[in-house]
Structure formats: C-alpha cells, structure tokens
Design a binder for this molecule. Structure first.
Ligand code: SF4
Length: 195
C-alpha cells in the first residue's frame, strides 16, 4: 500500500532533524545534550509563572524524571539555580545564571541556522515566520495543547498605559520586559483565521 505523504510534514521533519543535529553539536561543546540545552533556552525566555519544573515538563512533553535529571545537570554545571517561591514553599523557581545566559548567547540560534538566515531577505524571513506561527498555532489548537505563547499576544493582557500592562488572570501588573516572555497560562487573543 502507498504511504500517505504530506510535504509540510516532510519539510518540518527534515528541518527538525537538521536543527537537532546542529543543536547536539553546539551543546556537546559545553557537555550538554540537546534536551538540556532546550530546557536552558526555555527557562531564559519564560516568565515567572512558567519557570517551575512542572511548567518545563508541560512545555517539553517529557516525563518528570527526565526533567528532574536535566535540571540537576544544569544546576551542577552552574547554569541555573533553584529559588523557593516567596508565597508557596512547596514550589521553586528555576533561574538561568549569568554563566547560562552567556552559554545561550554563544549557542542559540545555532551557527547553521544563522548562516541560512543571512541568505534570506527580511521579507522572506517575515513570511516564513508568519507561516510557521500559523502552523504551530493550528497544531496546538487542533490537539488542545497549551500555546506557551508570548505574553503580549495573550487575551488576559491589558494595556494600562504606555509600557504598563496588567494580567487579568493572575491580577498582577506586567512590565514591558514581561510581555516579551512566554507563559504557560497564555491563551491566544486571536482566532485561527487571524494568525
Ligand atoms: S497576560 Fe497571559 S501570558 Fe501574560 S502573564 Fe497573564 S496569563 Fe500569562
């Protein structure tokens, strides 16, 4: 029987393989496996409601055990630290250290990816970004998965005045920096047809 083929799937699969190989090489220089680099990267771009072991588990879709081992490796290497929550002592937050941020600056995006982007015009990069965003949003919505989107595009985000925002879910003010971070509670403020 003929295999079903989907060119979008084939392209995404090939891209994933290439990026995974490149990421493996980039991480190996620092003694890190791809999943460890991925967790460090996630923690550098997520907000204060999303930097817990539970959120990392949800984001990666990995088991608690795998995430726990990964976090221990990153902590031992001095790339992150664990800090107890001020209000709930059962929860701790994971903060990327300055050493971890330096490592990420030198590693992500990987050289292979940067080389490719340099050959694309800004318009081409913008078109690819929009298409990939639509594909990702559709995939997440079609499968009832958390979006982990950027705060500024969340339906709970209200602009109070210039550079002042408010989260209507957790009822807390948000800064200009906060709204550029990704959040486990994010819910898109646009419908699929608008993405
Ligand atoms: S506005 Fe949305 S994305 Fe931003 S902190 Fe609140 S729930 Fe998270």
């Amino acid at each position: 029987m003929l295999m079903r083929s989907n060119p979008i799937y084939d392209y995404v699969e090939r891209l994933s393989e290439l990026l995974r190989t490149d990421s493996r090489q980039a991480g190996a220089v620092h003694g890190l496996q791809p999943v460890q680099l991925e967790v460090l990267h996630y923690l550098s771009v997520c907000n204060q409601y999303s930097n817990t072991p539970m959120a990392v588990t949800e984001y990666l879709g990995q088991t608690k055990g795998t995430v726990s081992q990964t976090l221990n490796v990153l902590e031992k290497k001095g790339l992150l630290s664990k800090q107890l929550d001020k209000n709930d002592r059962r929860i701790y937050h994971l903060k990327v250290s300055s050493k971890g941020r330096r490592l990420l600056n030198n590693t992500i995006p990987t050289t292979m990816f940067v080389n490719a982007c340099e050959l694309l015009t800004e318009k081409e990069q913008s078109e690819i970004e929009n298409s990939l965003k639509k594909l990702l949003t559709t995939l997440l919505q079609a499968n009832n998965m958390k979006t982990f989107g950027i705060c500024r595009s969340c339906r709970y985000n209200s602009k109070i005045k210039k550079e002042n925002y408010f989260c209507n879910l957790v009822q807390q003010p948000l800064t200009n920096d906060d709204i550029s971070l990704i959040c486990r509670e994010h819910e898109s403020n646009i419908s699929l047809s608008e993405t």
